[in-house]
Write a protein that binds this ligand. Structure first.
Ligand SMILES: Cc1ncc(COP(=O)(O)O)c(C=O)c1O
Length: 449
């Protein structure tokens, strides 16, 4: 038995990662002084980069007043103000916010409030949820059951509820047939969703849940034009709710505060996290329409759910300042501008690369997909662990990015996700692409390509 070098259970039980001891804008500083360019904001979290002075100051101000008061007794100024900022103007009809500690909790709350809403309406048969393959909704058991990612689900399959079923994702690069137009593809996906409602019994379905731009499992996959309008129409027709999981793609990441703004629809329930607090505090939220909240208010009166750290004052204060900065400094415009640059630079660097099959995404949420053969889109052998090699090579070059495997079906395929802070300069965007290019080529060389 080996002597432990750390008592922390790290992600890899055999390796202790270097300690991060500081941050400055898009840079993270390791214990040995090395500066690492954070090109993915961790997991699309650090939208304002690291150690933003205004956020640090807001947290210090709140800490000096009150760190925590239980929501069974009190509300707090930052929670009230944050909710007012997020849903006071009722974007897309979303009118109330429920503050939790992260994305999985936001998804759990979304699923549960959908179920409770139908109980309160006397539609108790509605207990099924339709989700999509190759999606990720979090790691707690409810959220994991909603997710459709094969390798994450596999070990826990016996524990996952069969209230969730999965349909084909709107992933054109892999799922659209060559003889289909984009609208044929959308029509086929809509027909499949309709068939799934019919198979389950339309009056048993509580909600359809999807990420507007799929994040970690498939690598920044936006849906084809018209897909979400078709989905919204099917849900409406059957009296089911639409839950959008914007934990990764939301809060400005794609160039609009909510990714659904670019789809011409709005959800009934939305999960947000990551960019909400920008990593300064662990915070997520479930947003819901007044129809849902009023139904419960006029029925049993309370949401049968809760956590100790609901509406945490420090977390809300940090998120409030993050959101103020995004709006006061017009960072959504910057996401669009820098996002266009990132996409252009990725296309220049990888557009003709023989092992990059697709470059996709929206705003500052872009990915490249690695393929063994561009013509057939055949993935690399997963045993080569190409994505892990790219991650290691990039890190050695001073770049933290977000490569992942299982892109095609949860088992094979490799992609690299980029989600730089909204404050990244043009030079920093260029540096990300240069370093990634070198890391990809070195990693491919290491597997004989
Ligand atoms: C789309 C999506 N939903 C939910 C989650 C879960 O969030 P958390 O890791 O904060 O629990 C994630 C995390 O990556 C995510 O990307």
């Amino acid at each position: 038995m080996s002597t432990p070098t750390s008592r922390v259970m790290h992600r890899n039980f055999r390796e202790t990662p270097p300690k991060a001891i500081g941050g400055e804008g898009v840079w993270l500083i390791a214990e040995d002084g090395r500066r690492v360019l954070d090109s993915s904001g961790g997991a699309a979290v650090s939208c304002l980069g690291h150690q933003h002075p205004r956020v640090i100051e807001a947290m210090a101000r709140q800490a000096s007043k009150l760190a925590y008061a239980h929501t069974a007794f009190f509300s707090s100024e930052p929670a009230e103000e944050l909710a007012e900022r997020l849903v006071g103007h009722e974007p897309g009809g979303l009118a109330y916010a429920y503050f939790v500690s992260g994305g999985s909790e936001a998804v759990e709350a979304s699923i549960k409030i959908a179920r409770q809403y139908f109980i309160e309406r006397g539609e108790t048969k509605r207990q099924r949820f339709i989700a999509r393959r190759q999606s990720y909704h979090g790691n707690t058991l409810g959220a994991l059951a909603a997710g459709g990612n094969a390798w994450r689900r596999e070990p826990y399959a016996p524990l996952l509820s069969d209230a969730f079923s999965h349909v084909t994702p709107a992933f054109a690069y892999h799922e659209k047939r060559d003889d289909e137009t984009e609208s044929d593809f959308v029509a086929r996906l809509a027909a499949e969703l309709e068939a799934e409602f019919q198979r389950l019994g339309p009056d048993t379905v509580a909600a359809f849940i999807a990420e507007p731009v799929v994040g970690a499992t498939a690598g920044c996959v936006p849906a084809p034009e018209g897909y979400f309008r078709a989905v919204r129409e099917i849900c409406n027709r059957h009296g089911a709710l639409l839950i959008l999981d914007e934990v990764m793609c939301g809060m400005g990441r794609t160039g609009t505060l909510h990714a659904w703004e670019q789809e011409g629809i709005a959800p009934d329930i939305q999960a947000i996290a990551k960019g909400l607090g920008g990593g300064y505090q662990p915070i997520g939220a479930m947003l819901a329409t007044s129809r849902i909240v009023d139904t419960i208010r006029e029925g049993s009166g309370s949401f049968l759910h809760g956590h100790t750290y609901l509406g945490h004052a420090m977390a809300c204060a940090a998120a409030l300042e993050v959101q103020k900065i995004i709006s006061e400094e017009h960072l959504l415009d910057q996401v669009k501008q820098r996002g266009a640059r990132l996409e252009r630079r990725l296309t220049e660097r990888f557009g003709n690369h023989r092992h990059v099959g697709d470059i996709r995404g929206r705003g500052l949420f872009q990915a490249i997909e690695l393929v063994a053969d561009r013509a057939t889109k055949a993935p690399f052998d997963p045993k080569l662990k190409l994505n892990a090699r790219i991650k290691a090579k990039a890190f050695a070059l001073g770049l933290a990015c977000y490569p992942a495997g299982g892109t095609v079906d949860g088992r094979s395929g490799d992609h690299v996700m980029l989600a730089p802070p909204y404050i990244a300069s043009e030079d920093e965007i260029d540096m990300i692409v240069d370093r990634l290019g070198q890391a990809v080529d070195e990693a491919l060389k290491s597997v004989g390509h």
